[in-house]
Design a protein around this ligand. Sequence first.
Ligand code: S3P
Length: 427
Amino acid sequence: MTKKIVSPVNSLKGEIKIPGDKSISHRAVMFGAIADGKTTIEGFLPGEDCLSTISCFQKLGVQIEQNGDQVTVYGNGWDGLKEATDILDVGNSGTTTRLMMGILATRPFHSVVIGDASIAKRPMARVTVPLKEMGAKIDGRGEGNYTPLAVRGGMTKGITYNSPVASAQVKSAILLAGLQSEGVTTVTEPHKSRDHTERMLKAFGVELEENETTVSVRGGQVLKGQKVVVPGDISSAAFFLVAGAIVPNSEVKMLNVGVNETRIGIIDVLTQMGAKLTISNERVINEEKMADLTICTSSLKGIEIGGEIIPRLIDEIPVIAVLATQANGTTVIKDAEELKVKETNRIDTVVGQLKKLGANIEATEDGMIIHGPTQLTGGNVDSFGDHRIGMAMAIAGCIANGKIEIEDVEAIDVSYPTFFQHLQKLV
Ligand code: S3P
């Protein structure tokens, strides 16, 4: 395991091009794999999670070529997927696991899905239960709740499913299975989660019906290969949005960032806290909005974050907690119990690590409460193998009054392999 020392910085200045969106990169490979014809992907995120998706679909018989952020997928339709002779290893990727389960649920063959130690603890019943209801045969530890999972897909029937959680992974798995099921499949969620699946399916020629928090798809539709341009990942930009706001004398510009409405909770939070943030050069490519974002050092105030905004910023909460340590007053994050089932229990890991750096932060049942502003101190922290915890700690290190040493920084390669190069460029 690699350690990294981060020293305090005086200012951050300059421009960076944020790497491709992780959610969109996964979907482009998967949808290309089940589509008829060639799909080319520009701006693909060559992070470990998305490489796991490529490797799983190669094992399922799909020819995929990857060279940095350029990918070509030679799809042969749904029947182009073949029984793999090996296990399908998803590494650390929950998105690969859950979306691929939706695809495998309708394939008339046997598959075994495994991942790393973190994946083995993450709940899969949220997808296996509805997929079994549709007719797939799935088994796994804890009655199909944990990997390794064995799937034998088959003739599935459309369902109407009320998801207890606002989860794009659950919604997407069911809709993907619905595409190869008899009749109509409908998913309703408590709040709208990210809608990249809906947007990209439309770009691949699928007809969907959408109404606020409900999406329906008719079975038997085919996808046609496309050219996909992946915007930069706002979840990666979030680290430098926060850094630019809290490091003194800073001005950071991030180019080509995806600003899909279902992902920009971080922009709403920064604006409400009083950050100096400008959005420019807005445009739409492949149904996805992107823009350039510029942030300057700002005077911030604590706010309350909860309700419908939570799914729109769920992955940004570790770095929002760092932001809140520098805001005047109290920040309350609530309705975020989903944090407990991410790559780590992010309520425990965020609160535990920030406390080590002197933050005034406490865990609650469904989030955390942070009192600011606090001068963070140097110290030793751990990512616990969670990429976003590692990066949030590095941003905390920029404003601490001493060096911080972060254990297990290679986890960052899951979503942002060039993170430290970008940080160095801005210093
Ligand atoms: C993702 C959806 C979110 C998010 C994850 C990526 C996706 O998870 O936290 O990092 O690509 O669909 P949930 O759908 O479980 O909320």
